[in-house]
Design a protein around this ligand. Sequence first.
Ligand code: ITT
Length: 195
Amino acid sequence: MQLCFATNNAHKLEEIKALLGDSFTLKTLKEIGCEEELPETTDTIEGNSRQKAEYVWEHFGIDCFADDSGLEITALNGAPGVHSAYYSGSRDFQQNIARVLTELKSHTDRSARFKTVITLVLNGEVHQFEGIAEGHLLEAQRGVQGFGYDPIFVPEGHERTFAEMSIDEKGKLSHRARAFAKLVAFLQTYSGINS
Ligand code: ITT
């Protein structure tokens, strides 16, 4: 069965290929002839994830899935959320962290969660899978692994930040891993039923 993963992030593609096994031939956007930037113009993580997957389905007619993620901070009413990548106005991780830390200065509640929503369009039907990693935010950065807000995020039940963990360790706890696990379980059941 052929399926497109609507991402340009090679790292994400390799990760999901390893999880899915041989029942699925995963195609990249390039391989299906999609060279354009996918639209991400809604105001929610769910909406952007769905918008990307539906764009590929509508323009290329191939079953596909897309993901979108963000950091939701309780004291900031869920911000930066869908704006996580460009919160400071640029994609610069250090500037984004700096803005978050400044805005949190007057708050005692430091709880936050990473959220991933994957949208799968299969035979024209839409399915969504959510993964959450609960945790809290430090006042200063620790660690150099990972990306984005990892140096200030400590997942629930742990003392180290995501940036102090190995890829494998973060991979067991992360929002993205949890959402992908639900997608993989769904696809395995689906391919079992249809083989
Ligand atoms: P795509 O090209 O796949 O869209 P992206 O960087 O926009 O890559 P996401 O949509 O998954 O990635 O996430 C949006 C932003 O949320 C990302 O740029 C980070 O700032 C933040 N983020 C998401 N997942 C994160 C993680 O695991 N650790 C730290 N920050 C993360």
